[in-house]
Structures are given as structure tokens and as C-alpha cells.
Write a protein that binds this ligand. Structure first.
Ligand SMILES: Cc1cc2nc3c(=O)[nH]c(=O)nc-3n(C[C@H](O)[C@H](O)[C@H](O)COP(=O)(O)OP(=O)(O)OC[C@H]3O[C@@H](n4cnc5c(N)ncnc54)[C@H](O)[C@@H]3O)c2cc1C
Length: 288
């Protein structure tokens, strides 16, 4: 079977970027699938003091530099949330937003995963609740949608839904609603609950019920075992050996998703090891 990419990297924080650069340097084709880079926790770091050679740099600036590095190497970066990865035995199918791609090996670099959901969220996911404005926004054109902003790209996502023609209400426990397009409504709230059976009926915000046709949540990540069933997870972290190999052949992991310490240098170092191991995995299979 033909796979269109050698290595798919999931997640565009320091670990994923390092994995993609090192894969590219080893002569393999690589595509990085990621949410907006603003969803990396590093984007929030006002000052990073432990990155050798770059003292006193902001996290956002460091990430900018990493993305420029990717661009200078012409590495393909697809801005989309990966919703599932199917293990086909000899390779993998990746479903990212509206894209389907296939790869011989996968490197997971998804960062720390939010595992607690709002009441009713997991039951209504795909039935009125979505994590992806780009993929599902058109379904709600002309309809009332709420956007619960939990990541740095929330304002952009709300503006995008507004541009599509949705009637948007923005709610966030942590993000200031200061760059929203005129016409977007804002509600305050920090406790959310979803009502509906098989289809979303209402969003309950701090105990008050509001009717919406759809609710978008900007979550940074999908739990790894939902992303790729069968993955060995302990205490929420993907289990890896020294080569960053998971329990599934052809799947490697790097960075915060593998456990503490949650640090940039550990993430980039593991990204490099995962790239080398994934490259060796493909070479060994092709020579066999
Ligand atoms: C305020 C703050 C300050 C910090 N300061 C420092 C510091 O000074 N020094 C230091 O070493 N570390 C610091 N850190 C920690 C550092 O930011 C992390 O260790 C580092 O970002 C981890 O990199 P990562 O690539 O593993 O994951 P992340 O940076 O979390 O990147 C993962 C990326 O993958 C994306 N993603 C996840 N799932 C999917 C999916 N299914 N589909 C598509 N994309 C997906 C996420 O949205 C995210 O963009 C700080 C963290 C915070 C919050």
C-alpha cells in the first residue's frame, strides 16, 4: 500500500517542531498537523530563561522562531486538529479536520492533555459540540453558536465563525474578549454544562440555561487514547521507551505528552530522538 507521507507529526509545539525538523534532515517526507501555535502553553510564557543561547526571550517569540525554521525548510504544516489515527498495520490513516492523509510512522507531540470534560460534553461531541471551527463552522451558517475559549487561538476561531455567517457568542474563563469583530456577543462564565439527548439543546453557563444550535470549544488536545485506541497510557501520559517508541509499532511520542518535567529542552530533545527512531523504523521495514 502507498502512503503519502513518511512521517506524520501530531502537534506543533517545541517537541513536534523538533521532530519535524530532524525527520526532514534525515531525508524523510514529513507533515506536521497542529492546532494554532498559540495553543501551545509556551505561547503564554512571558519570559523563558533556560533556553541556551537565547536568554530572556518570550515564549511567543521563541515559537515564532521555531515556525520560521519550519518554513525555511519548506516543511508542510497543516493547521487542523487531528481527531483520530487509524492503525492499518503497515501504516496509519490520519483524520485532521477535513483532511485525510496516510503515513508510514507517526510521532505524537500533543502536549499535556486536558482529560476532564464538562458534563454532557463527551456524549454530545459531534452532535452539536465541535472542537474545530474550520471543519464544522459551515454547518452552523446563520445559526446561533457559542464559542468557549480555552486556548490562545479562541478569538481567531470566534472571528472565523462570525465571518462564515454564524451568530456568535464568545465565552471564556480566561481570555480577554478584546479583539473580537463587531457583532460578536460576549457572556461571562466559568462553569459549563450541556443539555440534550443525541443533539445539543442548550448550554448552561454558571447555572443559567442558554439555547444554542452549536457550541465550539477550543480545546488544545484530544486524549491520546481517544486519538489512537490501544496506546499505553499511565496517569494520562503516553508510555515510551528510551527511543521514544510507544507500545504500538510505528508510533513514537515526545514532549509533555510523555510526562514530566514539562520543559522545552526536554521536549525538543525527545522530538529529535523520536525523529531518529521513526526514521530508523521506516528504513528497517523497507530493507527487510
Ligand atoms: C506560562 C508557562 C511558562 C513556561 N515557561 C517555561 C520556561 O521558561 N522554560 C521551559 O523549559 N518550559 C516552560 N514552560 C513549559 C513549556 O511551555 C512546555 O514544556 C512545552 O511547550 C512542551 O512542548 P510540547 O511540544 O511537548 O507541547 P506543547 O507546547 O503543549 O505543544 C503541543 C501542541 O500540539 C497541539 N495539539 C495537541 N493535540 C493535537 C491534535 N490532536 N491535533 C493537532 N494539534 C494538537 C496543541 O494544541 C499544541 O499546540 C512554560 C509553560 C507555561 C504554561
Amino acid at each position: 500500500m502507498e502512503y503519502n507521507i513518511d512521517i506524520a507529526v501530531i502537534g506543533g509545539g517545541p517537541a513536534g517542531i523538533s521532530a519535524a525538523i530532524n525527520t526532514h534532515l534525515r531525508g524523510k517526507s514529513v507533515t506536521i498537523f497542529t492546532n494554532s501555535y498559540k495553543s501551545s502553553p509556551l505561547y503564554k510564557a512571558k519570559k523563558v530563561e533556560n533556553y541556551p543561547g537565547l536568554p530572556d526571550i518570550s515564549g511567543a517569540k521563541l515559537l515564532d522562531g521555531m515556525y520560521d525554521h519550519l518554513k525555511s525548510m519548506k516543511i508542510t504544516a497543516i493547521k487542523a486538529q487531528v481527531l483520530s489515527i487509524a492503525d492499518m498495520g503497515e501504516g496509519f490513516y490520519i483524520s485532521a479536520g477535513s483532511e485525510f492523509q496516510s503515513a508510514k510512522a507517526v510521532i505524537l507531540a500533543t502536549g499535556v492533555v486536558q482529560t476532564s470534560f464538562y458534563p454532557g460534553e463527551s456524549e454530545l461531541l459531534g452532535h452539536g459540540i465541535s472542537y474545530c471551527a474550520t471543519c464544522d463552522g459551515m454547518l452552523y451558517k446563520g445559526k446561533r453558536v457559542a464559542l468557549i475559549g480555552l486556548t490562545g487561538d479562541a478569538l481567531e476561531e470566534a472571528n472565523q465563525l462570525h465571518d462564515i455567517g454564524c451568530d456568535v457568542t464568545f465565552i471564556s474563563p480566561s481570555i480577554k474578549p478584546d479583539k473580537l469583530k463587531p457583532g460578536i456577543k460576549v457572556l461571562k462564565g466559568s462553569k459549563f454544562e450541556f443539555k440534550g439527548e443525541k443533539k445539543l439543546k442548550a448550554l448552561i453557563i454558571d447555572g443559567v440555561e442558554h439555547e444554542f444550535d452549536g457550541v465550539f470549544i477550543t480545546r488544545a488536545s484530544v486524549a491520546p487514547d481517544l486519538l489512537l485506541p490501544g496506546l499505553d497510557i499511565k496517569d494520562g501520559f503516553i508510555q515510551v521507551d528510551k527511543k521514544m517508541q510507544t507500545n504500538i509499532a510505528g508510533v513514537f511520542a515526545a514532549g509533555d505528552c510523555t510526562g514530566k518535567p514539562n520543559q522545552i529542552l526536554k521536549a525538543t530533545g525527545q522530538g529529535q530522538i523520536a525523529a531518529f527512531s521513526a526514521t530508523a523504523y521506516i528504513d528497517e521495514r523497507e530493507q527487510a
